[in-house]
Design a protein. Structure first.
Length: 204
């Protein structure tokens, strides 16, 4: 994941009123913390921040240049959104250092195709891993190629890039392969049909 340079300004207004004024100015209220440093309240340009998050999500590394002359590398830790306006209300940013390993949740994508007449149920869409804060993968992959109904994909089956370690339980279920619903209904219908003649014969 490449770094995104973004400018920021120190915030001097706090509370709901200050946050509203920050947002009206086209900026996102944010707090920058970590490594024992005193939390810093900053404002990020909303448009640039939104574009970076759309591309990199929660694994996007920001190279933040603050107008007071300071700078920091940071990862999004928590994002509060307005679901109606589709805007960002507030962002928590975690300060990181180059070469430092952090535990993050990475999206998991399933590759390949399971056996015919099966249904794939995605149980966990992300996986917790330990990796260099500045070299986080955009996503992880797990193959379901040829998997039969009744099988499942666990965290241990996910392909991890070099330098990435599994932080989650290896037995965590990522996906379950089941019989397609139409097939299950047909099978149940066949069983009922087979039971009817048997019941009739027993009555006779």
């Amino acid at each position: 994941m490449s770094e995104v340079k973004i400018s920021a300004e120190p915030r001097t207004e706090f509370g709901k009123g200050g946050a509203r004024r920050t947002r009206r100015a086209g900026k996102v209220p944010a707090v920058l913390y970590g490594h024992g440093e005193k939390p810093r309240h900053i404002a990020l340009p909303a448009r640039e921040f939104a574009a970076a998050i759309r591309h990199g999500g929660m694994t996007q590394v920001f190279n933040i240049e603050i107008s007071d002359g300071s700078a920091a590398l940071a990862l999004p830790k928590a994002i509060q959104r307005d679901p109606i306006k589709d805007t960002f209300d507030h962002v928590d940013l975690l300060v990181v250092r180059r070469g430092e390993k952090v535990t993050v949740d990475i999206p998991v994508q399933l590759t390949g195709e399971a056996a015919r007449e099966t249904l794939v149920m995605h149980e966990s869409t992300t996986l917790s891993v330990l990796a260099d804060a500045t070299k986080l993968p955009e996503h992880l992959e797990a193959s379901i190629e040829g998997r039969e109904a009744g099988s499942h994909v666990t965290a241990a089956d996910v392909t991890l890039p070099a330098g990435v370690e599994l932080a989650a339980d290896p037995g965590l279920i990522i996906a379950v392969i089941t019989v397609a619903q139409a097939q299950a209904v047909e099978a149940a219908g066949g069983e009922e049909a087979a039971e009817e003649p048997a019941a009739a014969a027993a009555e006779a």
